[in-house]
Design a protein around this ligand. Structure first.
Ligand SMILES: Nc1ncnc2c1ncn2[C@@H]1O[C@H](COP(=O)(O)OP(=O)(O)OP(=O)(O)O)[C@@H](O)[C@H]1O
Ligand SMILES: [Mg+2]
Length: 608
């Protein structure tokens, strides 16, 4: 899964909170600075105004007092000083001094001051004493506590004459303290506002990032094929609509995926259970898909051939190029036969096209045609055999008839001889046709069998007796049959045909004076019949072939003996229809044994 967890400092939430907080901080700072500076200005201005006013009032009262003292006490300085002192003694916190023209401190609000009567050499006092016309306010550093003080000097005029200067000083510490307190309040308010802003920003950002996070998780899960997650955001805002669209999209994707998955499963099971092999390739003929049947047919493993060229797999590199397969209209028959097994595969090729019509790949469908080819081959062989078998007697008859019509008919001995030959040939043909008819009946789906419970030993004995009576050669029959009765369920006519053929073969190929041994033994729930002769024998490689249609070991000799090569083929069919098997064992020139089995009747009574 590839969900990248966004680092906290890179998250939108953090950025949002940071920007939001910085904005508020900036705004608050601007407002705060402006507010505190204008507050300071206000405080100072009003302080200044009130001090100037107070200084002026005081200056008036002082000048009145001086005027009064001058009128009554002829300007005695002590009296003046006393009166002035009275005026300024209750001015509150302000430090007030009255300095005369000659820089002598006449009065001071500082009660225990020892500066009275002393000269004031303060530069400011000296300057204002001689130059100022009106009250002058100033803010200076305090000499005592390094705090700030406001100093207001006002000239004192008595009548039209300048008496001196009123010096008023007051500490601004109170104002600045108050300003500091206000600033502290402001800072606390900013801090609280910032915390609230950050929290609000966090929650606001969360309303955006939470559904975003859910969508990210959901997208990751969808990419892994998990469609179970849904974004949980029901608000009707833009994010809600986005979440809704996202959920809808996931639903559609899930449906589409389910459909594709179902299609894929269906295709896979179709491909798996197909009786034909299917191989798909890309544009270059490299294998991209192989079904189970192809693996089975070609004896390969999917892992080993995926990505390899189909040309190499089908071993057709010498015959065609990949591009030829795209134009191939007919199928190809490929021979995969080995020493031990015949395998013919027919391959049909069809092209996979893209939507725009370009070639996208190739589908090869492989069909095992070995059996079909074999059947075709057998059919061809059968027709050739039948024609050949019929042609020989017909040719013989034709030549005899020609000889007869050319005059042999006149000669009585020749005539009867020729007619006997043609009669024999006709009989041979009838026999052949009858055998073929019999075989075709046996080939039919439901050959008409008339099975009945039969005492097999007595049944076999009857057939042997018949041969014993009619045999021409001097051949000795040896019977090793069980005593009593063994019951089997069989079609007597058909089984008679089988046994007749086996015995007649044994007689046909036995030398004069040979013996034929008959043996019947019970093996499991089967009965095995053995018919052994001392004749020419059959080569080992032909032991199974003698049960094929028209097969004869020595064609010329068999034909002389009147055989068509159908007897054992018919026997094989009949025995199979009885649920048994037939086979032969032989030693060349020593003799042949033919075995066949028949199932015992249920309860297979065996009276010894
Ligand atoms: N007992 C045997 N000894 C030697 N060869 C045998 C014996 N039985 C069968 N064969 C060989 O098997 C061949 C097939 O036997 P099958 O009975 O099918 O045909 P047939 O005897 O030649 O003709 P048909 O039985 O149709 O008259 C024979 O041609 C013969 O070459
Ligand atoms: Mg025969």
């Amino acid at each position: 899964m590839c969900i990248v967890i966004v680092g906290f400092f890179k998250s939108i939430q953090f950025k949002f909170v940071l920007i939001y907080t910085l904005l508020i901080l900036l705004a608050m700072q601007l407002i705060g600075v402006d507010f505190s500076s204008s507050l300071e200005k206000n405080y100072i201005n009003s302080k200044q105004e009130s001090m100037v006013k107070e200084a002026k009032t005081l200056s008036y009262f002082v000048s009145e007092a001086i005027k009064k003292a001058e009128e009554t006490d002829k300007g005695d300085m002590n009296v003046i000083s006393k009166m002035v002192q009275d005026q300024i003694s209750d001015v509150g916190d302000n430090n007030v001094k009255v300095i005369s023209k000659d820089r002598i401190i006449v009065a001071s609000s500082n009660d225990n001051s020892d500066e009275l009567g002393k000269q004031d050499n303060d530069k400011l006092v000296v300057k204002d004493l001689y130059t100022s016309e009106d009250a002058i306010p100033r803010i200076l550093r305090s000499k005592s506590d390094n705090g700030r003080v406001m100093i207001v000097t006002t000239p004192i005029t008595v009548g039209k004459e300048k008496f001196g200067l009123l010096y008023m000083e007051d500490s601004l510490n109170g104002i600045y303290k108050e300003l500091r307190t206000t600033n502290n309040y402001l800072t606390s308010a900013i801090a609280i506002a910032l915390i609230v802003t950050a929290l609000l920003g966090y929650f606001l950002a969360r309303t955006i990032t939470r559904p975003l996070g859910q969508m990210r998780r959901q997208a990751g899960a969808v990419s892994q094929g998990d469609f179970s997650l849904r974004v949980d955001h029901n608000d009707d805002d833009e994010i809600g609509q986005l979440a809704n669209s996202f959920n809808n999209m996931t639903d559609r994707l899930q449906e589409a995926n389910a459909l594709t998955e179902a299609e894929r499963r269906r295709l896979r099971s179709v491909l798996t259970y197909m009786t034909d092999g299917v191989i798909a390739t890309d544009r270059d003929g490299c294998i991209i898909l192989v079904n189970d049947r192809s693996e089975e047919l070609l004896h390969v493993y999917r892992e080993n051939i995926l990505g390899k060229s189909i040309i190499d797999l089908l071993k057709i590199e010498n015959e065609v190029h990949v591009d030829d397969l795209y134009d191939m209209e007919n199928s190809m028959t490929l021979d995969f036969s080995t020493e031990h097994q015949k395998l013919l595969i027919r391959a049909h090729f069809s092209v996979i096209l893209k939507e725009n019509g370009a070639i996208d790949g190739l589908i090869a469908v492989l069909h095992d045609v070995t059996e079909q080819e074999q059947i075709d081959e057998e059919r061809r062989e059968f027709v050739a055999n039948v024609s050949h078998e019929l042609r020989t007697p017909l040719t013989t008859m034709k030549s005899y008839f020609e000889a007869l019509s050319d005059g042999a008919v006149e000669d009585e001995s020749l005539r009867s001889k020729f007619l006997r030959v043609t009669q024999n040939e006709t009989e041979r043909m009838i026999r052949l046709v009858n055998d073929l008819l019999r075989l075709s009946k046996l080939d039919a789906e439901d050959p008409n069998f008339n099975k009945q419970t039969t005492n097999y030993v007595a049944f076999l004995k009857g057939i042997i007796d018949r041969f014993e009576m009619s045999k021409e050669q001097h051949i000795h029959f040896v019977l090793k049959l069980p005593k009593g009765s063994i019951y089997t369920y069989l079609d007597r006519d058909k089984m008679t045909q089988v046994i007749d053929n086996v015995i007649s073969n044994a007689i046909k190929y036995s030398p004069n004076g040979g013996s034929i041994t008959f043996r019947v033994v019970k093996k499991g729930n089967h009965l095995v019949t053995e018919i052994k002769d001392q004749g020419v024998g059959i080569p080992k490689e032909n032991l199974t072939k003698i049960f094929d249609r028209f097969f004869r070991v020595d064609k010329a000799r068999s034909r002389n003996l009147g055989g068509t090569g159908l007897g054992l083929a018919i026997a094989k069919e009949i025995i199979a229809a009885h649920g048994g098997e037939i086979w032969a064992d032989s030693e060349w020139n020593k003799g042949t044994t033919v075995f066949f089995t028949l199932p015992l009747s249920r309860g297979g009574s065996y009276d010894a």
